[in-house]
Design a binder for this molecule. Structure first.
Ligand SMILES: Cc1cc2nc3c(=O)[nH]c(=O)nc-3n(C[C@H](O)[C@H](O)[C@H](O)COP(=O)(O)OP(=O)(O)OC[C@H]3O[C@@H](n4cnc5c(N)ncnc54)[C@H](O)[C@@H]3O)c2cc1C
Ligand code: SF4
Ligand code: SF4
Length: 476
């Protein structure tokens, strides 16, 4: 007899695999072409083919490593002309596989991805392990421990030494991935990082309860073992400049500075004491600095950053944490399992609510006036537009208000001549990642705007190949 939860997963999967809809999958391949994981390991992962196997032969699909390799970036879902929700289908396939005892395939997925990138542990925790199965967590621990044991055997082959120095600005997944690939190609690489420790948002944004620092540190050590130098506490634009690096004989610069600026609400009262930006708060918490918070806290936003901030402040002892999101649960951009974890821990969520005015006394926040919303027609993002309901205003008393309404890059340190968009992202050639200035490349969130770890890794690797081609073709 089937386990009850397996039955539920099976039924939900059946609903998602509506035969009439699948018949309309005209195998255009857009899902595979847009998938970052397929770009990394095309021999092992193909979402279009996986969808076919799941729909026609589920029993085979659950015994394979492929369903464990979807990194849940939603790129395919957003682009599929038939609106097929591939990541949801693959997640349910994983659930069924785990429930039927095929979780060992997760270890195989880990090995496959570990052959390509230095962040297999990080990715398996942040991108792949959606079922949160204890066996899967043990597999990650074993993988990291095995690496620790084997690290003295130099297993990563390095090409012939090159003379051209390369500078990487930013030590997030994009910068570190580029540094790793370039070091493998024999280049001397220096990474400049403004924070005291490397890792970008993997360390400064994502909380430790989601990504144990032992895993992150082990994988960064692996990159350093190739000879990559990481100079922390160095802010480009303050301690040195990009033009200075080029004069200092760096033959190429890769900008991977992410999207560290928090968007503003642009409503009355935003400058009052007691209002914080989620990424600033998370950075302070992750750097083990003391953060002063009250007991009644609201977080505005609906993405992973909002959920991480809410869960982090609960751990700091807040009595009441409420997320306010202007659309409904279905439109929430945060990963559904993170939302569930948050709610289980005690985070409350008010849907279809937006702040209208922040109320203060003696320069300090005391309450926020909100308005209820309803959903109208879809906007340019494809999600239904929230519309305020007349005369539905209400007030919530608060000690702290945390804003998590989106992030954007900070182009203030760039030299003149580098083209940026209205969204403040750097404009690059989509194939070579070259900016509008020679010898300067860019990738990751600084180009795409806030995206995912896997997309940043793919951008880092692409930049390394492009820089190598550029230097090799110039015979520098
Ligand atoms: C709270 C939070 C939760 C997230 N959760 C997820 C998730 O669950 N799954 C997922 O896939 N993605 C998640 N993301 C997104 C993911 O972390 C990012 O997409 C990814 O880290 C982007 O990588 P990057 O290398 O482009 O930039 P970053 O990781 O942002 O790294 C940029 C680095 O550049 C440094 N820097 C910036 N300016 C300078 C300068 N002038 N000089 C020197 N150094 C500089 C910064 O200090 C930083 O270390 C989350 C992000 C946040 C903030
Ligand atoms: S993008 Fe959609 S329609 Fe095209 S192959 Fe993928 S699932 Fe089928
Ligand atoms: S969600 Fe992202 S990683 Fe998963 S199949 Fe789609 S594009 Fe690939």
């Amino acid at each position: 007899m089937k386990h009850e939860s397996t039955k539920n997963s099976d039924e939900t999967l059946e609903k998602l695999l509506v035969p009439e809809k699948l018949e309309h999958c005209f195998e255009c391949g857009i899902c595979t072409a847009s998938c970052p994981v397929a770009k990394l390991i095309f021999k092992h992962y193909n979402p279009r083919m996986l969808l076919q196997t799941v729909s026609k032969d589920l029993e085979t699909a659950i015994t394979e490593a492929q369903p464990w390799l979807c990194a849940w970036c939603d790129r395919c879902y957003k682009r599929c002309p038939q609106g097929l929700n591939l990541p949801q289908i693959f997640l349910l396939t994983r659930n069924i596989a785990a429930e039927r005892g095929y979780v060992n395939k997760f270890s195989e997925a880990l090995e496959i991805i570990g052959r390509e990138i230095p962040f297999a542990g990080v990715c398996s925790l942040i991108c792949f392990n959606r079922v949160n199965d204890p066996t899967a967590i043990k597999a990650i621990e074993r993988y990291v421990a095995d690496y620790e044991l084997k690290k003295k055997e130099k297993t990563i082959p390095i090409s012939k030494k090159r003379r051209e120095k390369i500078a990487v600005i930013g030590s997030g997944p994009a910068g570190l991935m580029a540094a790793y690939e370039l070091a493998k190609k024999g280049y001397p690489v220096t990474v400049f990082e403004s924070l005291p420790e490397p890792g970008g948002m993997l360390r400064a944004g994502i909380p430790e309860f989601r990504l144990p620092r032992k895993v992150l540190n082990t994988e960064i050590e692996r990159i350093k073992s190739l000879g990559v130098e990481i100079r922390t506490n160095v802010t480009v634009g303050k301690n040195l400049t990009i033009n200075g690096l080029l004069k200092d004989d760096y033959k190429a610069v890769f900008i991977a500075t992410g999207a560290p600026k928090s968007r503003k609400l642009r409503i009355k009262g935003e400058k009052l004491k007691g209002i914080m930006h989620a990424i600033d708060l998370l950075r302070e918490v992750n750097m083990e600095k003391k953060v002063k918070l009250g007991n009644r806290i609201a977080v505005i936003g609906g993405g992973n950053v909002a959920i991480d901030a809410a869960r982090a402040v609960l751990r700091l002892g807040a009595k009441e944490v409420t997320i306010m999101y202007r659309r409904s649960r279905e439109e929430m951009p945060a990963n559904s399992w993170e939302v569930k974890h948050g709610e289980k821990e005690g985070v409350k969520i008010q849907f279809l609510v937006a702040p209208k005015k922040i109320l203060g006394k003696n320069g300090r926040l005391v309450a926020v006036e909100c308005v209820r919303m309803e959903l109208g027609e879809p906007d340019e993002s494809g999600r239904r537009r929230p519309i305020p309901i007349e005369n539905s205003e209400f007030t919530i008393q608060l000690d702290t208000l945390i804003l998590a309404i989106g992030e954007s890059p900070d182009p203030s340190f760039l030299p003149k001549g580098i083209e940026v968009t209205r969204q403040k992202t750097i404009t690059v050639d989509p194939i070579t990642l070259e900016t509008s200035l020679p010898e300067i490349f860019a990738g990751g969130d600084v180009v795409s705007g806030p995206a995912t770890v896997m997309e940043a890794i793919v951008a880092g690797r692409k930049a390394a190949f492009a820089i190598d081609n550029y230097l090799t073709s110039r015979g520098a």
